[in-house]
Design a protein around this ligand. Structure first.
Ligand SMILES: *Cc1c(COP(=O)(O)O)cnc(C)c1O
Ligand code: SF4
Length: 520
């Protein structure tokens, strides 16, 4: 009796048992090869050899027009193997489905990532891949700055030896003379400070190195036309240190200090003007505002950089927040794990865990290039991730740093491998003329973000956001039309259109739903 096959298998069998007219003579080596494949397929209780046999037969039929009959296999024998495959496979996948459909589909999909796989380690090398070079840089920088190993590995040592003058910088990295002169002009207005560790991530001889772009101010910052539009926060600060865009989330700008000053910082006018500790009264007023506003459930401690605060202050702030009944979650905003990962000490980790045990803590960081993930920053993130609910990344889409598919995909994959989840990609703000040169057109950003769907795992795909009085999602819609009750959807990864029947509105509005049908 002929077993029942699905259409894929029937089609494949029919194809294999029709021969083309102008078939070439079959050489004996091929007949022997096929006989061997048949023997293997028959021998073991495995699906692999059966798939290998059918794939080879399909290929020979396509390339030379040879039928399976001509190759010496009776149809009944092949049907028996197809039946065996179906019996073996736990999910009842037929050999026709696997060979005729699945393998071809996977093959086609693979091509979507081939260019990325080929380029990612060259065009967007991570700090892990470049670690040997970074270590050599570290050795050179450490000696030039007269730091011993212990100082290098401590937060205070990194801050004490932070690079803030152009002359010092020029001694540590390749800096063209013209650039050095220009930077001196800018640093009169904008502070520069690179930790020795962050400086070691710079690859000598690279024009527009992504680390340099983020940390060394260039002439454009003062030359760009336009005046700064006050940060949105300025019109959203209902209380001292507090910013509020949304009813249920507020930020406490807990310090104006950062370990490093970013060239693309939104708060460039306020951050790093002069390091200043804030008073307890200031925090007290912020906490009072939160205490009396019962709608607030999530509090973001930002800065500057929250991890620049002393441990004692962080502990106190978190304890204060945890005591407020309506505050249910906390976030800490910090770039320290990438600029000076040595700051992540055991005491800080304990503070995070203690607070997280009371109510969830998320650490929100900013990583803009895979280069910023090194074995050291990865270790810091790993330790943090063990103590808190989530570690999230808010990247900024920046020209030359991450404005290509390869660079952005690599960034998202690399941080995920470092225990950090991509959360947002911000379009670079229009409000600050200081960094208009970093701005990337929204359409380009959309191309980059949409290209991740279907190619990058879902929880490594960030949301693309423009900040304009709050965060506005910028993704393209993949609902491109509708016909009757069917929506027409577009697959972001290949543009293919699919129809998607929507829920039946009559059914949805029917009051007689499930258990309510039993009630009269
Ligand atoms: C970003 C931000 C938030 C948090 O927004 P989420 O979408 O919840 O991440 C809250 N308040 C201010 C002022 C912000 O800038
Ligand atoms: S870490 Fe954040 S707040 Fe600090 S300079 Fe960079 S972007 Fe600005």
């Amino acid at each position: 009796m002929t077993p029942l096959f699905d259409t894929y298998t029937t089609e494949l069998l029919d194809f294999l048992y029709t021969a083309e007219k102008q078939e070439k003579a079959i050489d004996t080596a091929v007949i022997e090869e096929v006989a061997r494949l048949v023997a293997e397929a028959e021998k073991e209780e495995l699906t692999g050899p059966i798939v290998a046999l059918f794939s080879r037969l399909q290929q020979l039929r396509r390339q030379h027009g040879w039928s399976a009959q001509k190759l010496g296999i009776e149809r009944s024998g092949l049907e028996a193997l197809a039946a065996k495959h179906q019996e073996l496979d736990e999910h009842l996948v037929s050999v026709g489905g696997r060979v005729g459909q699945a393998l071809a589909i996977v093959d086609k999909a693979n091509k979507r990532v081939d260019a990325y796989l080929e380029k990612k380690d060259r065009e967007a090398a991570s700090g892990i891949e470049l670690w040997d070079k970074i270590l050599a840089n570290q050795e050179r920088i450490r000696q030039r700055l007269g730091m011993d190993e212990e100082e290098w590995n401590s937060f205070s040592g990194q801050i004490r030896h932070a690079v803030s003058s152009v002359d010092e910088l020029a001694e540590l990295i390749d800096l063209p003379a013209a650039a050095a002169a220009d930077i001196s002009r800018v640093t009169k207005n904008y502070r520069m400070r690179l930790t020795p560790y962050y400086t070691s991530l710079i690859m000598p001889g690279t024009v527009n190195d992504p680390i340099m772009l983020q940390s060394i101010p260039t002439g454009e910052m003062v030359d760009n036309a336009g005046i700064e539009i006050p940060p949105v926060a300025a019109d959203h600060s209902p209380a001292r240190l507090v910013d509020q865009f949304y009813p249920r989330v507020v930020t406490i700008k807990s310090t104006n200090m950062c370990a490093m000053y970013c060239t693309h910082c939104l708060r460039i006018a306020h951050i790093g003007k002069k390091d200043k500790m804030f008073s307890k009264q200031a925090y007290g007023e912020a906490l009072d505002y939160i205490r009396t506003n019962k709608r607030i459930r999530d509090v973001l401690i930002t800065g500057g950089d929250a991890f620049v605060l002393p441990n004692s202050m962080l502990r106190w702030l978190l304890e204060q927040l945890d005591e407020i009944e309506h505050v249910r979650l906390k976030r800490l905003g910090t770039r320290v794990p990438v600029t000076v990962p040595m700051r992540i000490d055991d005491e800080l980790l304990d503070i995070l865990e203690e607070s997280n045990d009371r109510k969830p803590v998320r650490v929100v960081t900013q990583i803009n290039t895979a280069r910023e993930i090194t074995p050291v920053s990865k270790e810091a993130f790993k330790q943090i991730s063990k103590r808190v609910f989530a570690v999230l990344n808010q990247a900024v889409l920046l020209r030359g740093i991450n404005d290509s598919k390869v660079k952005m995909w690599k960034l998202c994959e690399t941080i995920q491998e470092a225990y950090v989840r991509p959360y947002y990609i911000f379009n670079c703000s229009y409000r600050n003329p200081q960094f208009v040169h970093f701005r990337v057109p929204v359409e380009k950003g959309r191309d980059i973000v949409e290209s991740m769907y279907g190619n990058i795992v879902g929880d490594a795909i960030p949301r693309y956001i423009a900040t304009a009085g709050g965060k506005i999602p910028m993704h393209r819609s993949n609902v491109i039309g509708h016909e009757g009750s069917e929506l027409i959807l577009k697959k972001p990864w290949n543009g293919e259109e699919v129809r998607y029947p929507d829920a039946d509105p009559a059914l949805y509005n029917d009051d007689r739903f499930s258990f309510s049908r039993y009630v009269d």
